[in-house]
Design a protein around this ligand. Structure first.
Ligand SMILES: Cc1cc2nc3c(=O)[nH]c(=O)nc-3n(C[C@H](O)[C@H](O)[C@H](O)COP(=O)(O)OP(=O)(O)OC[C@H]3O[C@@H](n4cnc5c(N)ncnc54)[C@H](O)[C@@H]3O)c2cc1C
Length: 540
């Protein structure tokens, strides 16, 4: 039961005024509604400097302050776009006044926005999706969407500005068209082959079967898509994360990223201007210059290492881990429950045998009924670094994990490429190889003149190398999620290899990682589609 309210009751007039803007006028836990994002942010920011409640601040400092302009909203929360723009401008002015002297970056996390980025390249999408805290992206799938369609007679890939201005333009168009033509030509034969290999059984609906076999064909052919392929992505994020995202995009040396940066500034400037305006201020410019400078410094320091790559098969190598991870994790398990300092807990743990440590880990892992039951933060004490080579398609899937550190080397063609075994078995690999070989030859020529832009021409079948550094708790999540049967085999293999390597070095710590699926499946989406049938039937 909740104890007596501390706030004085609102008058009936005040209650009526407040009602459209809060989910409850009385409850202690309530939501804000029908207010521009900057107003919500400004309101919450007052918590740190006021003893009043938010509802009282909303009344006293917004609604009852004529200069705030909020009477327009109070009398009739409008759905009219022009009114909303006016309201946002008033809120913005008010916010700036309220926040004079605050300067807390965290205030910009108090409001958010949804932004759609359409028809951008995969190169650009990956740069945006490098964001971790504060941004939630969702992107058009290569598994559920066909890439055979054209816009105004042209396949959907970005004609990158510097390539189109170079002598490589015609070869680039020819190679990219070649990839999309091969993709389009192989789609139906691949679906037919998949269906021949895995005929529909009586338990499977036609819908589920058609979806699963189509998804399989898309998975098999995605390697033909170049990084220039246009995609659509939606992002929800808070102001602070967007400010950094814009700064990062603006620091990039690709023209497309500069265009995106300026479009983001327009879109977010209309929604949460106060939160993102620093991205284009002198401070933002200095930050962009700094980010560009550290990238250049890293590249010049690494220059002596370059130019020696040769084809490499997909592989996962564990390159660094702590030999005392078991003791560290057990120390962290005990620490929050102890009333002594860290050193004393660690000294106590140091006296234990491996069997005793394993027993504590087993207890601390609990009885995990499903993969969503994750052990606690103590498991974040163990760290692992992997060097991974996989096709870019698999990289794209794994890159989206945020609770870890990943950094890729540039998209290139020197590490070779993977041909899906299904295409070889179907006898359909020749057109796949021909299109990719043509793209590789063109990429090499472009790279000699335009190394950064040449990444657009790289097909997703090509291999990429990246550093993957994560803690054990994220490894539980990643290995279990990314080995589920419906996953693409390329990233399932990476997740399975990571698990094997962790298990080899730290069997006690990984004993509870029991939902890693080590099996192989021929029609990965089938079970998921059958479950979808059941859910659809239940909805009807
Ligand atoms: C079979 C499959 C199909 C997929 N299809 C698509 C697709 O079509 N399109 C697409 O865009 N993506 C797709 N994804 C990717 C997916 O949406 C996630 O982006 C990706 O799996 C990263 O995992 P995650 O968000 O669970 O965890 P991580 O980013 O690794 O984070 C670990 C955990 O931290 C927490 N966490 C991290 N960030 C946040 C946050 N911002 N807010 C709240 N909690 C957070 C969550 O508990 C999360 O599970 C697919 C994934 C799978 C497995």
């Amino acid at each position: 039961m909740i104890d007596t309210p501390l706030q004085p009751e609102f008058t009936s007039t005040e209650r009526a005024i407040l009602d459209p803007f809060v989910t409850s006028v009385d409850a202690r836990i309530f939501g804000l509604r029908n207010l521009p994002e900057v107003v919500k942010g400004a309101l919450f920011s007052r918590y740190s400097r006021s003893e009043k409640s938010i509802r009282r601040i909303l009344l006293d400092e917004f609604i009852h302050q004529p200069e705030s302009g909020f009477h327009q909203l109070v009398t009739a929360p409008s759905t009219d776009a022009a009114d909303q723009i006016i309201a946002t401008k008033h809120a913005e002015a008010f916010y700036d006044r309220v926040l004079v002297g605050y300067g807390d970056d965290s205030v910009a996390e108090l409001g958010g926005a949804h932004v759609a980025c359409e028809e951008i390249s995969n190169v650009a999408a990956k740069i945006l999706e490098d964001a971790r805290i504060g941004i939630s992206p969702l992107e058009k799938s290569t598994r559920y969407v066909s890439f055979t369609t054209k816009i105004n007679g042209a396949y959907r890939y970005v004609r990158e500005a510097s390539i189109m201005d170079s002598p490589h333009a015609a070869a680039y168009i020819s190679a990219m068209d070649g990839l999309f033509e091969a993709y389009s030509a192989l789609l139906q034969p691949t679906i037919t082959w998949v269906q021949q290999q895995t005929p529909r059984d009586a338990d499977t609906s036609e819908r589920a079967y058609a979806s699963a076999t189509r998804a399989k064909a898309f998975d098999v052919l995605r390697g033909l898509l170049p990084m220039a392929t246009r995609t659509n992505m939606g992002m929800y994020g808070n102001g602070r994360a967007f400010e950094y995202l814009m700064t990062r995009a603006g620091s990039h040396d690709l023209a497309e990223l500069h265009d995106i940066q300026s479009s983001l500034a327009d879109a977010l400037g209309a929604l949460i201007p106060s939160f993102v305006k620093r991205a284009n201020s002198p401070r933002g410019a200095a930050m962009r210059a700094y980010l560009a400078s550290i990238r250049t410094a890293g590249a010049s320091a690494a220059a002596p290492l370059n130019g020696h790559d040769s084809p490499q098969l997909p592989s996962v190598q564990l390159v660094a881990y702590q030999t005392d991870a078991l003791q560290r994790v057990v120390t962290a398990v005990l620490y929050p429950h102890a009333d002594t300092d860290y050193a004393s807990v660690a000294a106590y743990v140091a006296t234990m045998s491996v069997e005793q440590l394993a027993a504590i880990i087993a207890e601390a892992s609990g009885d995990r009924a499903v993969r969503f039951h994750k052990p606690g933060r103590a498991f974040e004490e163990a760290h692992y670094t992997f060097d991974i080579v996989a096709d870019i398609g698999a990289y794209r899937d794994l890159q989206r994990h945020r609770m870890l550190t990943q950094e890729r080397q540039p998209y290139g063609v020197e590490l070779g490429y993977s041909v899906p075994p299904e295409l070889i078995a179907a006898g359909l690999d020749a057109p796949f190889r021909a299109a990719i070989d043509q793209a590789i030859a063109v990429t090499r020529r472009i790279r000699a003149d335009l190394p950064t832009a040449s990444q657009y021409a790289v097909p997703m079948a090509c291999h990429i190398r990246w550093r993957f550094s994560l803690n054990l708790r994220e490894a539980f999540h990643l290995c279990e999620l990314r080995s589920t049967p419906q996953g693409h085999p390329a990233y399932r293999h990476v997740a399975q290899d990571i698990y094997r390597l962790l298990r080899d070095v730290h069997p006690e710590l990984t004993a509870a990682m029991r939902f890693v699926d080590m099996h192989e499946y021929t029609l990965e989406r089938l079970d998921a589609e059958k479950k979808l049938d059941i859910k659809r039937a239940a909805l009807k």
